[in-house]
Design a binder for this molecule. Structure first.
Ligand code: ATP
Length: 365
């Protein structure tokens, strides 16, 4: 298997820059997610790694070798676009064997390889069935089998679960992750679905408008968003971002807002200007004694918890609280924020200010 190292990768289509200047490394054996909204440059990045698109500039190293100008067929990569793309006139065995047969591998060796892959995927019983009558899950397994059988250096997957309904999608996501844990094959996976990225990825790159906003482990990205974009793209509902302004000294742990003094993690450097106080809904507590006030405007019951929307002096705030607490629209309550989970952002650049909480998680510069 292989490490993939991307350095200053850029792609222009005429006047339009689809990928600005990406740098990241996918470690050997890692399940790596490229996450972002539609049009942010995920697929273009993946296609450059695959060799289906030439970079405008920058480098792609696979296992130490620069492959940016090498044709796709010479990169030893399996690109899984759409897992349902099978050859309908062939049975399962021939579908899986196809890449090996077209390489001219001896028949006996092909049989062994197909049997091994079928065992890994748990599809030995269906090897001689036509693909036409298979269930969606089995079709997906066969398509994966066809990718795995070649023993490629790495797998590239572009929204492979995109066409599936929610329940089935979740099951296949679990299966893919379990398969990865068995095979430990370096995988780069494109998705616009933050839950899928959090659920499956070892590492996530969050992209927006062709720029990498943050790169890190799922929990790091969730707990310590590097930008306001990441804060609002990840999480359901996303992080609350309450606008405020003024001056904060280095080491300050109090922010004055809406006539109240709110806790915040100590900043590493002083800052003056427009800011946003970022706090996730599960770190907002309703407390009668708190000085920061809000009026409940809606409550959404979710079984074990509820999402309460409040109107405050700094805009709407969402709180995730236990469903046993009565939350009546029109009621005015106090809000407490868990200071140890707060991120303060520079509202103009959108970047998180370095603090005791996120030290180490933010990119330098
Ligand atoms: P999606 O999930 O919608 O595919 P994405 O993040 O994968 O989004 P890309 O497919 O990488 O986005 O596209 C990034 C931008 O580059 C888009 O604005 C797209 O219109 C543009 N683009 C992609 N391919 C080309 C091309 N061949 N010529 C011109 N523009 C292109």
């Amino acid at each position: 298997m292989a490490e993939i190292r991307i350095t200053n990768l850029r792609k222009e289509f005429g006047d339009f820059t689809a990928v600005q200047s990406s740098s990241f490394t996918v470690a050997d054996g890692e399940f790596f997610m490229l996450l972002g909204p539609s049009g942010c440059g995920k697929t273009t990045t993946l296609r450059m790694i695959a060799g289906l698109e030439l970079p405008t500039s920058g480098e792609i190293h696979i296992d130490g070798e620069e492959v940016g100008r090498k044709p796709a067929s010479k990169r030893d990569i399996a690109f899984v676009f759409q897992m349902f793309a099978l050859y309908p006139h062939m049975n399962v065995r021939r579908n899986i064997a196809y890449p090996l047969a077209s390489q001219g591998m001896p028949k006996a060796r092909i049989r062994e390889k197909v049997a091994e892959v079928a065992r890994i995927l748990g599809i030995e019983e269906i090897l001689d069935r036509p693909v036409g009558g298979l269930s969606g899950g089995d079709r997906q397994r066969v398509a994966l089998g066809r990718a795995i059988v070649r023993d490629p250096k790495c797998f590239l997957m572009d929204e492979p679960l995109g066409a599936l309904d929610a329940e089935f999608r979740e099951r296949m996501a679990e299966e893919l992750r379990a398969l990865h844990d068995r095979m430990r094959a370096t995988t780069v996976y494109v998705t616009h679905d933050q839950l899928e990225a959090m659920q499956m990825g070892d590492k996530i790159v969050v992209m927006n408008h062709g720029v990498i906003e943050q790169f890190g482990a799922p929990q790091e990205i969730y707990d310590m968003p590097a930008t306001m974009f990441v804060a609002s793209f990840i999480g359901s509902p996303p992080m609350n971002l309450l606008p405020f302004g003024g001056r904060l000294e280095a080491g300050a742990t109090i922010v004055e807002m809406g006539g109240a003094r709110l806790g915040a993690p100590a900043l590493r450097e002083p800052f003056a200007g427009d800011m946003a106080y970022g706090v996730r809904p599960e770190h907002v507590l309703l407390s009668d004694r708190a000085a920061y006030r809000g009026e409940i405007i809606a409550a959404e019951y979710l079984g074990t918890s509820q999402i309460v929307t409040l109107r405050t002096a700094n805009g709407e705030v969402k709180a995730r609280i236990g469903s046993d607490r009565a939350a009546r629209p029109g009621e005015t309550v106090g809000l407490d924020f868990e200071a140890g989970a707060v991120t303060i952002f520079d509202a103009r650049s959108g970047r998180a200010l370095r603090s005791a909480l996120n030290e180490g998680a933010l990119p330098r510069g």
